[in-house]
Ligand binder design. Sequence first.
Ligand code: UDX
Length: 437
Amino acid sequence: MRISVIGCGYLGAVHAACMAKLGHDVVGIDIDDGKISELAASRAPFFEPGLKELLGEVQETGRLSFTTDMAAAAGSTVHFICVGTPQKKGENGADLTFVDSAVNALLPYLSANDLVVGKSTVPVGTAARLATTVQQSAPAAYLLWNPEFLREGHAVSDTLHPDRLVYGVTDGSEDHPAVQVLDQVYATSLQGGTPRLVTDLPTAELVKTAANSFLATKISFINAMAELCDAAGADVTLLADAIGMDDRIGRKFLNAGIGFGGGCLPKDIRAFMARAGELGADQALTFLREVDAINMRRRTRVVELARELCGGSLLGQRITVMGAAFKPESDDVRDSPALSIAAQLQLQGAVVTVTDPKALANAARRFPELHYEESTDAALQGADALLLLTEWREYRDLDPHETLKQVSGARILDGRNVLDIDKWRAAGWIYRGLGRP
Ligand code: UDX
């Protein structure tokens, strides 16, 4: 099948490469020249495990090309909309400029029976509005919503082996003619047993925002428990293990720490609240305000703990922050709690060095005032305190005895609760976790 993928960021670049891997002929389209020339040369414009190799592999087959010219979409049967929906500046709602302009730019190239398939996360109601736009310009084309659930750091395998496929179609019916076409696109996954649900447009849009809200709530729930554990002298990691053994709860996404960040969860729960307000259903989502508040409180809490760890004042303390990305296996620093904490510490007088295996270039663009050090060894030299804020394998595997030889002060704050307390304390470290005695 011939497929166009409009928007080649974290979502679209991976989607385009994976669609080509599944055997389709794919063109990736983006307005960003730099991104397109990188992708065309089989270089991933961001770090995502396996993407570079996949780009090389599928580009050799001739089934994947990249361009800035929307006219290249002509002739494709399926057009995936994969552009970003960031938070509006100064507001909670989602900025739909990119989605609207992508669909509008695509309209002149649509033919009868083409599918315009939205994958971006949008406020409920957007798909119905866009369906009207498409209908007015290309009455024999279809608009669908097919939300994407991929996680950064696992994007390639999540796209090739999704845990479910959701197709939102205008009448919500299995018999909608577009369903069969999308089934051909995803034939490999469907044959592999991936469940597929056909819904109406608003349900498909809501599946995505509801899923992300649930995940955010789960993380904030355990972080609220961490606050309680701190107050009561209990251990939140054991608490999570114990409650997670209940199948109905499950252990995943119950890791207490510095909270969630990234390009999705924070802005998605805010956009969801804003949209609920517009729909007159704001009361239904007031709990998300608390989820957001608990999450943001984690950052303040870590700054306070770091101050305590440094003996009551941050002034002049040399603090090494391990991790800048919002999570491991990613170079994404959008709304990264680690970076936000690093910046706060610096503002409060600490001398901060940030290190990260992949995210330093992005971090430096966002916070040029911080000091960055690529080598972990160099970053550890002479530190008065260490803060582990993104749980990259190399930080989890640090040897407490070896690390002790490099620093000035044997103090460590484990912002992700991933280190072995007993091992670090036995090696002579003052260890602080979050919600751990
Ligand atoms: C998320 C959703 O998981 C994905 O389905 C959706 O398509 C996009 O948004 P992603 O942003 O890649 O994916 O990251 P995710 O793995 O969900 O982690 C989000 C944040 O939560 C990270 O900052 C992570 O460190 C944090 N987190 C996660 C916790 O603090 N504790 C946990 O137990 C799990």
